[in-house]
Design a protein around this ligand. Structure first.
Ligand SMILES: Cc1cc2nc3c(=O)[nH]c(=O)nc-3n(C[C@H](O)[C@H](O)[C@H](O)COP(=O)(O)O)c2cc1C
Length: 238
């Protein structure tokens, strides 16, 4: 499955064909998700695929399916969720479907472990674009040092398009940092920057796989370089 190409072409949509996807597509998606290597094996995540009747939230797109993601408390729960389910997002684009991550979607039945959701289905118009049409910060603002995988990480989607990640390439290692708050009004409205960095890490891992590079994520390393002001260290890719 080529998850790499959609990184450079995908675009979120709000325009979905309301018809449900074939049952075997949903079951292939479930199989795919169950086989993704998690970012951290000790983070327990779960998901459910439901219809629009089972979700609530402001200004939700009329999509045939919503992926509701939940998990038990863990300091890196949201980062691990962004990492795992961005693989699902890319899988859907690779199959010609489209998505939109939704910070504001919730299950109608309250779930204390709910994290986030994603609308998905067949788009009514192509949800693709050229790499130059992505609205993203330049590489120089989100990284120092050089590594061929950073371009894929740069293009990742994020809530409010905040792109709250910073990478420090250091030989064979990439140290990963993120901004706990977007600051100002955006910071008051949005609190999933830790999930965003997991999404970007998924793109980094997929780009690495494309290049034949291994991906091992470790946390609590000592001796990592100082992050820029406003950022904190998350872990290191080796
Ligand atoms: C974690 C996360 C939460 C998001 N929440 C919402 C949301 O609540 N409503 C919405 O319309 N879009 C939401 N988005 C979509 C982003 O606005 C979009 O991904 C970003 O602007 C980049 O555009 P792109 O996905 O087309 O590359 C969210 C995206 C992410 C990654």
């Amino acid at each position: 499955m080529d998850l790499y190409t959609p990184i450079f072409t995908r675009a979120s949509t709000r325009k979905f064909d309301p018809s449900p996807l074939p049952a075997d597509t949903l079951s292939q998606l479930e199989d795919f998700i169950s086989q993704v290597k998690p970012l951290l094996p000790d983070v327990k995540l779960e998901h459910r695929i439901v219809s629009g009747n089972d979700v609530k939230g402001m200004a939700l797109p009329k999509a045939p399916h919503f992926l509701l993601i939940s998990g038990r408390e863990h300091p890196l729960r949201n980062t691990a969720a962004g990492f795992l389910y961005q693989h699902a997002e890319l899988w859907l684009y690779a199959h010609g479907y489209a998505t939109r991550w939704l910070g504001g979607v919730k299950p109608k039945q309250p779930d204390p472990n709910h994290i986030i959701g994603m609308a998905f289905g067949k788009p009514t118009e192509p949800a693709v674009r050229k790499p130059e049409d992505f609205k993203r910060k330049p590489l120089s603002e989100i990284a120092r040092g050089t590594d061929s995988r950073l371009e894929a990480a740069r293009l990742a989607p994020s809530g409010m398009n905040g792109q709250p990640w910073y990478y420090i390439a250091d030989g064979n290692k990439i140290h990963v940092c993120y901004k706990p708050s977007l600051g100002g009004l955006l910071g008051k409205m949005y609190n999933l920057t830790d999930l965003d960095v997991g999404i970007s890490l998924c793109h980094l891992a997929v780009a690495g796989e494309h290049e034949g590079k291994s991906f091992r994520f470790t946390v609590n390393k000592t001796g990592f370089p100082a992050p820029p002001a406003g950022f904190v260290y998350v872990g290191t890719v080796e």
